[in-house]
Design a protein. Structure first.
Length: 319
C-alpha cells in the first residue's frame, strides 16, 4: 500500500497521515544536514531505515482502518429470512410457520424491527442482525407428535431456512432484459384498498429461474424495489455458494456451508432438546426456545466460528 495525501482527509486516518509526513520531513532534514560529512551520512542512513520501518507500520495501520471502515459501510443492516416446508406434509408447513414466529420473537427481544414480506418471508432490520443470524441458513428438523395425530406417533418433518443479507451496495449487476415482471393484488385483511390495486410484484430472473415476490409495501414501486433487493441478495448467495464449492477445502474456517440443503439443527420435543449438529451442542427447555429464547444458541455458534478463525479446532464441527 502506497501513501496518499487523501489519508489526511479521513478523520480516522488523519493523525497517522500527519505522522507519516512528519517522518518524511525528518528524514529529508537529516539527509540535508549530513551532506559532505561521512559520519553524519551514516547516522542519517540509520535514521532513514528507522523512519521507513515506522512509515511501513503506519501504512499497515491505515490499511486496517480503511478496510474496517469499508466492511462497516457494506455490512448489512437488514436480512430477509425465507422459510419453506420440506418433508412431512402439513406438519412441515406448520413447523416452517413456527420457525418464523421463533425468529420474530427473538428479533423483538433484540429490539430489531420485523416485517412480513410475503407469506413465509420475513425481513428483520437492526444493528448486527446479519452477524447474529447468518448461521441460521439450512435444514431444521422437528421430531414431535402433531396435534392431528390421534395415535400418538412421533413425526419427523423438516423446513428450510435461508438468511439473505440486504446490502446498500451490491457487486451483482442485473440486466433488465433478464427479468420478467408480473403484478397482482396484494392480500390483506378487511377488504381494504390493498386488495383492489395490483401492488404485489413478482420477479423472475430468467437465467437462473429465481422467483421473488413482495406484497408488503403499499405501492407497486415500493414492492418492485423490495423484490429487486431480495433478488439481488439471492443472486449474491448463489454466487457465494458456487465459490464455496470451488474452494471446499477452505471450509475448515466455517461452521457451516451456508447452504439451504445442509441439515443444521434438530428440535426434539419428546426429549425437550434442540441440537445443533455443526457444533454438537444441545439445549433444553424447547417450548421456551420456540418462544424466541435462542440467544444462547446464537452465541454458541459465534464463539465456535471465532475459535475456528483463531485456529482452535478442538471442538467438533460439521462439514
Amino acid at each position: 500500500m502506497d501513501y496518499s495525501p487523501e489519508f489526511k482527509k479521513n478523520f480516522a486516518t488523519a493523525y497517522l497521515a500527519e505522522e507519516y509526513e512528519r517522518l518524511d520531513a525528518e528524514a529529508a532534514e537529516a539527509a540535508e544536514a549530513a551532506q559532505g560529512d561521512a559520519e553524519l551520512q551514516q547516522m542519517a542512513a540509520d535514521d532513514a531505515a528507522r523512519i521507513h520501518a515506522r512509515q511501513a507500520d503506519i501504512l499497515v495501520e491505515i490499511e486496517r482502518i480503511l478496510k474496517k471502515e469499508e466492511e462497516e459501510a457494506s455490512a448489512p443492516t437488514s436480512v430477509v429470512m425465507e422459510f419453506r416446508a420440506g418433508a412431512g406434509g402439513d406438519e412441515a408447513t406448520i413447523f416452517a410457520a413456527d420457525l418464523r414466529e421463533m425468529y420474530m420473537k427473538y428479533a423483538e427481544s433484540r429490539g430489531w424491527k420485523t416485517r412480513i414480506i410475503d407469506d413465509l418471508t420475513l425481513e428483520i432490520s437492526g444493528s448486527s442482525v446479519w452477524e447474529a443470524l447468518k448461521f441460521e441458513t439450512g435444514v431444521h428438523r422437528v421430531q414431535r407428535v402433531p396435534l392431528t395425530e390421534k395415535s400418538g406417533r412421533i413425526h419427523t418433518s423438516t423446513a428450510s431456512v435461508a438468511v439473505l443479507p440486504i446490502r446498500a451496495k451490491s457487486k451483482i449487476v442485473i440486466s433488465p432484459a433478464d427479468i420478467e415482471m408480473e403484478f397482482s393484488r396484494s392480500g390483506g385483511a378487511g377488504g381494504q384498498n390493498v386488495n383492489k390495486v395490483e401492488t404485489a410484484v413478482r420477479l423472475v430472473h430468467k437465467p437462473t429461474g429465481i422467483d421473488v415476490r413482495s406484497s408488503s409495501e403499499r405501492s407497486q414501486l415500493a414492492n418492485r424495489e423490495k423484490a429487486m433487493q431480495i433478488l439481488t441478495a439471492k443472486l449474491e448467495q448463489l454466487h457465494e455458494e458456487e465459490e464455496a464449492k470451488k474452494h471446499a477445502a477452505e471450509r475448515k474456517g466455517q461452521i457451516g456451508t451456508g447452504d439451504r440443503s445442509e441439515k443444521i439443527r434438530t428440535y426434539n420435543y419428546l426429549q425437550d432438546r434442540i441440537t445443533d449438529h455443526r457444533i454438537n451442542e444441545s439445549w433444553h427447555n424447547l417450548p421456551k426456545r420456540m418462544q424466541g429464547d435462542i440467544g444462547e444458541i446464537i452465541e454458541a455458534l459465534a464463539k465456535a466460528e471465532d475459535a475456528l478463525r483463531n485456529g482452535d479446532t478442538s471442538g467438533t464441527v460439521a462439514g
